[in-house]
Design a protein around this ligand. Structure first.
Ligand SMILES: Cc1ncc(COP(=O)(O)O)c(C=O)c1O
Ligand SMILES: N[C@@H](CCCC[NH3+])C(=O)O
Length: 388
């Protein structure tokens, strides 16, 4: 998205002046969220790496960098972007189940904090490439803890059936090979069980498994310097105005209570959604109201090309008609203009009586919104508003 606009206060007239659809970001809320996360983590000396995949908009990244978070990247381009914004390479972790040789070389050239490795073959390749560059590569092993995150199946990552992480039965083989990897330094263990997790129970279960793995390595005289517990903390998509900031105290408190690190070990997290999710909104206009057999369709000028989450995870976002003056409420299937039946933001959504031209705000789109947008149907690039 190319065209960047800045406004001090989003007023109705601003909506009306500007072409929809567009994303807007509440930078004040972003800063408050970052501050809360930071102070909750500081209590236990925990380190937070921001997961760039959630939102890699430059202005958002600059603020996160200013607040001294580290970066969690999943592609060579994300590593480059983090460096360009100013994140120090000593705070950049590079994860991902399929890193290409070119991407690994970017990480090596910049001496990043760690490669989070997901297979024995990947470690082999990193070792060879590091040897070629005469470098030592620091790695963390992404282990599959087989813990159910109880979230949508497409955003669960920590079960043995998922493609992510090294399974426990491979560990004996892996540590047998460790001495042969002369250009690898094993520094950490990494875990990530999934995203949009709203119950603390999966995190408690994760801690129990991490303690077991950590002990297993210690018993084999392998000294692990950092434990990376991943991200996954969810946000309140249903009542984002009531609960704009997730309960970071509760989240980190669970790890403080159940995780048993050895004394020298650093504890890292890679949070995405919980830091940026609620500061973003997608703003759009109703193009048409159409009577279906069982329902009314409110057809918006925003579609799955701007916000993919409802189409691929049946994700719920709170949708609000911000300009209707009507006292009446009606149910609508809120859909987009894209040539796909799954281009639907929600079925049976209760809105104030809605007509052509009304402005519709789709809340909590700061994470996995703008970054997942596409040009499908040759859609226009949209402007972005930043609200201080
Ligand atoms: C390995 C890894 N780390 C961190 C994250 C960030 O997760 P979240 O946005 O749920 O905090 C993800 C995304 O699920 C991930 O796959
Ligand atoms: N993109 C997903 C989450 C995936 C997180 C990355 N592993 C979402 O919108 O909820």
């Amino acid at each position: 998205m190319t065209d960047f606009l800045v406004t001090n206060k989003m007023k109705k007239k601003d909506f009306i002046q500007h072409r929809t659809p567009f994303y807007s970001y509440d930078l004040k809320l972003l800063k408050e969220t970052l501050e809360e996360a930071k102070s909750a983590a500081k209590k236990y000396d925990y380190h937070i790496h921001y997961a760039l995949k959630a939102n890699s908009n430059d202005r958002i990244l600059k603020i996160i960098h200013e607040k001294e978070f580290g970066a969690d990247c999943v592609s060579g381009n994300e590593v480059k972007k983090a460096l360009e914004i100013g994140f120090p390479s000593s705070k950049i972790a590079f994860a991902g189940v399929g890193k290409s040789d070119e991407e690994i070389l970017i990480g090596l050239a910049n001496d990043i904090f760690a490669f989070n490795c997901e297979s024995i073959e990947e470690i082999d390749v990193i070792n060879q490439l590091a040897k070629g560059q005469n470098k030592m590569a620091r790695i963390a092993l992404r282990l599959n803890p087989n813990v159910d995150a109880n979230t949508h199946k497409y955003i669960t990552t920590g079960l043995e059936e998922n493609k992510f992480g090294i399974n426990s039965w491979e560990l004996n083989n892996l540590i047998d090979r460790l001495p042969s990897w002369a250009n690898i330094e094993l520094t950490g263990l990494h875990f990530h069980i999934g995203s949009q997790i709203t119950s603390m129970t999966p995190f408690k279960n994760l801690c129990i498994r991490v303690n077991e793995f950590n002990t297993w390595f210690r018993e084999r005289n392998i000294h692990i310097q950092h434990l990376n517990l991943g991200g996954g903390l969810g946000i309140d998509y249903h009542e984002p105005e009531k609960n704009p900031i997730p309960d970071f105290e509760l989240f980190f408190g669970v790890f403080n209570q159940f995780l048993q690190p050895f004394s020298h070990q650093e504890i890292h997290f890679e949070l995405g959604r919980s830091l940026v999710g609620n500061c973003g909104s997608l703003n759009s206009r109703v193009l048409y109201i159409k009577k279906g057999i069982k329902t009314n369709f409110a057809i918006l000028d925003a579609g799955m090309t701007e916000l993919l989450r409802p189409a691929i995870y049946q994700a719920y976002h709170f949708i609000e008609n911000v300009t209707s003056k009507s006292e009446n409420k009606e149910f609508y299937d809120v859909v987009g203009p894209i040539c796909e039946s799954s281009d639907c933001f929600g079925k049976k959504i209760e809105l104030k009586e809605t007509k052509r031209g009304d402005y519709i705000k789709i809340h909590s789109t700061g994470a996995y919104g703008e970054v997942m947008s596409s040009k499908y149907n040759l859609r226009e690039q949209n402007p972005v508003f930043y609200i201080e």
